[in-house]
Ligand binder design. Sequence first.
Ligand SMILES: Nc1ncnc2c1ncn2[C@@H]1O[C@H](COP(=O)(O)OP(=O)(O)OP(=O)(O)O)[C@@H](O)[C@H]1O
Length: 580
Amino acid sequence: MKTVFSYAKPYKWPIFIALFLMLTELSVELIQPLLIAKIIDEGILAEDVTVIWTWGSVMMGLAFVAFFSGVINSYFAAHAAQSFAFDLRQALFRQVQAFSMATFLRFPTAGLITRLTSDVTMVQNVLFMGLRIMMRAPLLVLGSLVMAFVVNVKLAFYLVIGAPILLIFLFIMARKGVGYFSNVQRRLDRVNRVIQENLQAVRLIKAYLRGMYEASRFSRVADKLRHDTVKAMRMMELILPVLLFVMNVSLMAVLWFGAVEIGNGEAQVGELVAIVNYAMRMTGAFSMFAFIIVAFSRAKASAERMEEVLVANDDLELNRSESSGLSQLEGELRFEHVSFTYPGKPEPILDDISFHVAPGEKLAIMGATGSGKSTLLNLIPRIFEATEGKIFVGGTEVNEWSLKDLRDTIGLVPQQSILFTGSILDNLSWGDTEAAPDELEEAAKKAQIHESIDLFPQKYGTRVGQKGVNLSGGQKQRLSIARALVRKPSILILDDSTSALDVKTEMALWEALEKEAATMLVVTQKVQTAKGADRILLLDEGKVVGYGTHADLMRQSQLYQKIAQSQAEEEVIVDGEEHS
Ligand SMILES: Nc1ncnc2c1ncn2[C@@H]1O[C@H](COP(=O)(O)OP(=O)(O)OP(=O)(O)O)[C@@H](O)[C@H]1O
């Protein structure tokens, strides 16, 4: 809670002004019954019209003060709450950006989305409502009570008899509420997850005719959300009747004993009317309590969830991003007895990996699916940190490079091509925002995508993603490669990123990349591609089972021979089919 609300600190003046105005409104509200009592006792009962006019005018004047205070209060409350939510959302977003992969994996994506949207809105609403009306309720209760004691101590006493029971009751409800509403937010996470998965997999769902199945999956999670929300709200709905019951009993006691006291001449009618008026205001304020407790419990649950993100600073990457002072990377790469285990997993995925790539050399990495190829690549830009062993880039251990320097000169093309909504140009310059247009075009030419882009009516200005053209798998892959080339990387890492290219385009691509000075690491399934590399690293279940040139592996590794043989047979079959 403390960390979350510390984001309200810069807005302490708007908050202070809003509070002050809220107190002004409240004071007017509290003074009104006193003035009514005065008008009744000294004006109506004493038949003095001047008193009625004088105090009536004061009441009118105060009503105007309250009105303007309310309007200005709304302005400042809205400003403070919206700005606070904006800052909080920014802070959460930056924090998530700064997460290391290990921390990132601790939070489900949908849970992060809910935190950045619904949870922020919850606390934003509570701040606004707090400044506008919510804080008025407890103050109104207290103020009414104090004023009631000022008017008549004996009668006011009947109003506080039920207070201790009420306070304990409200405390218990608030505590229970936090637990219940945390559950509700968790359910909302799950609803968001199903929505997210469905929107991403829309084509697959259509192709498999799984629309109905997915609809029932959605209705299950939505139903659980409904169930838990109803459960929480039902419990909260107990608050109001209990509050009203206690207040009405108190009110009856005030009326009963008030009548007796007036009969005995110990109290005046105006006093009783004023106290009843205060009691009614307290009852009205208590009605707000039910709402306040719901809002507060929800906001507290949301704040705790956001806190988890804000304090997850065990492994922040930004802290390690300042420049290391080391010069531009050279493309030399060395792995020395590197092992890696994913956080929280018992078995290592990579086991004792050693190899060396000289600057400008090309290393092909091969291995069955799940053998750890992508994992190995992720260790170079330190997306994950090696659990054992050492990785050297340009002769310096990767831990000694600042993340910024290290990643600035690595061009990673992931297995799955990811493009952002925007133009082709935006996507290319995403690799390096300072690259000139001709550099972008140059990269596109090398990645063999320039000609396809040229065919689009809007060329480099063509929008991709939603509301834009849908690129083919191979076009996306080439655009991703071009984006990496824009960075002019010393080390270019291609994680099976040419799988969707036809043979001719792929050959043209390799030819263009040959001319690059960059060291290259290329994950591939094709022996034909591996043959063109200086060396091949063959992985099997996280272990190196072959390392050398194509010729070396053909001599040393049975597994490599088998792969080469099966691919050669495939080629013969394909050739045969083509010629028949
Ligand atoms: N974030 C993760 N947490 C835990 N295990 C993971 C994670 N990512 C991958 N793995 C596991 O690590 C192993 C190696 O995965 P990796 O993606 O590196 O293989 P790969 O050789 O690149 O496979 P493919 O050729 O299918 O892409 C797999 O068993 C996978 O289940």
